[in-house]
Design a protein around this ligand. Sequence first.
Ligand SMILES: [Zn+2]
Length: 131
Amino acid sequence: MFPEGLFPSIDGLRLEALRIDTQSITVVLAVATANAACPLCGESAMRVHSRYVRTATDLPWAGIRVHLQIMVRRFFCDNATCSRRIFAERLGDALPAFARRTNRLAKALCAIAFTLEVREAHAWLTLKPCQ
Ligand SMILES: [Zn+2]
């Protein structure tokens, strides 16, 4: 298997391919679970409508940019009382709906930005001559 933390923690995630070039690493993944819960009513759905590739950026590996290509399925919601007929499976907190970067990358970027901001603020407050 793979070392823990190498990929975002998404239930049922399966590695399909790994492409490495001089600029980046592309990880092709698919979700291997049989069903998905409708985000509106919560009912489990098994009928697949279609598939598409969702792309996102993840934490770099050894300083090399990592792109995720995840094969995501659209399902029919068969709950007659639900207003949503078709929905895309959700990938959990690791990659929220419509996000273009993983949650762990977003957290790392926030931490770096906050640290740099604090350092700049400290430098500005301590080095700037009084006026
Ligand atoms: Zn539904």
